[in-house]
Ligand binder design. Sequence first.
Ligand code: AMP
Ligand code: ZN
Length: 117
Amino acid sequence: MGNGDDCIFCKIIRGEIPSKKIFEDEQMLAFYDIDPKAPVHFIVIPKRHISNLSETKAGDTEILGSLVFKAQELAAKLGCGENGFRLVINCKSDGGQTVDHLHIHILGGRSLKWPPG
Ligand code: AMP
Ligand code: ZN
């Protein structure tokens, strides 16, 4: 849904909104969350605009795997390899999604509670 013209994460990808970038390649971008919920909180997104996880197709499994793999690699680089971390994908309204561009949250640096609220 949508082509990303008005999407804030697409604007970050295009450099129209500043971000604190952690990693970038042709397929994906990782940057720090502007409102961190843990000492380490960053976001990994595909550069191609996909609104949410429900919009992914069978052909998207490779990019999904790449995003998850990069998430753990960067979490380890940022010091969360030993004690661990959490990945979160909020999907649509019940999932608490507020930005309609598929993204993985990576949270670490403290002991996280379970279950989420
Ligand atoms: P979600 O609620 O899962 O859709 O998460 C959206 C996340 O994007 C929130 O944690 C926001 O703090 C974060 N966010 C919104 N705008 C920006 C921005 N300009 N730069 C970095 N993170 C942002
Ligand atoms: Zn987008």
